[in-house]
Design a protein. Structure first.
Length: 198
């Protein structure tokens, strides 16, 4: 029985002008032509699939929430006293700085989307999801901060689910913030549980 010679695999070339030869991707010529259209829109191209006005509104609510949290944490930082005051004070300051960075990232994304960050102090607390609760003592401050973090966790998770894959950049920013809010909540839950056990 004679053997047939093995047939070498056929090498296929990507279609001329395709992005990478992968089906479903726009060819290079079309990508280039589309990039020249509406250049005044900056980073927002025709492939942006989310409702931009709604995303900007949600981000402005998140921005208000972050600034209310910054203000609450700063008050708690200055007011922290007692036996555990210094240790908890450092947490309050660190969290205030991290919330400020969240606000910065959110404001930058609002501008990239063609919106304007709403930093009007007269309406900040009305638009924020979290409340500005001063707290009576150190334990109460930690409790209020934990509650605010839990509110932020749920609101960010809902925003992420709403946006889905229609705006992956905003989704990624919110996912990063959500992860840090979960860390904050975990730290405050540990602190609060320590007090409860005593």
């Amino acid at each position: 029985m004679s053997k047939k010679p093995a047939t070498p695999p056929v090498k296929t070339q990507p279609p001329k002008g395709s992005a990478s030869g992968t089906a479903g991707l726009t060819n290079v010529a079309t990508l280039r032509a589309n990039a020249r259209k509406n250049i005044d829109k900056g980073a927002i191209t025709g492939t942006y699939a989310a409702d931009k006005a709604t995303v900007i509104k949600l981000l402005n609510e998140a921005l208000a929430t972050e600034y209310v949290c910054v203000l609450r944490y700063m008050r708690h930082y200055f007011m922290a006293s007692g036996m555990l005051g210094d240790a908890v004070k450092a947490e309050f300051l660190e969290h205030a700085q991290q919330e400020q960075q969240h606000a910065h990232s959110i404001a930058e994304r609002i501008v990239q989307l063609g919106g304007e960050p709403d930093l009007n102090p007269d309406t900040l607390t009305k638009r924020a999801h979290a409340e500005y609760k001063e707290g009576k003592d150190l334990r109460d401050m930690v409790k209020e901060d934990l509650i605010a973090e839990r509110i932020a966790i749920d609101s960010y998770r809902e925003m992420i689910n709403y946006i889905g894959d229609r705006d992956t950049t905003t989704k990624r920013i919110l996912e990063s913030i959500l992860a840090q809010e979960e860390e904050h909540a975990d730290e405050f839950a540990d602190l609060l549980n320590g007090w409860i056990r005593k």
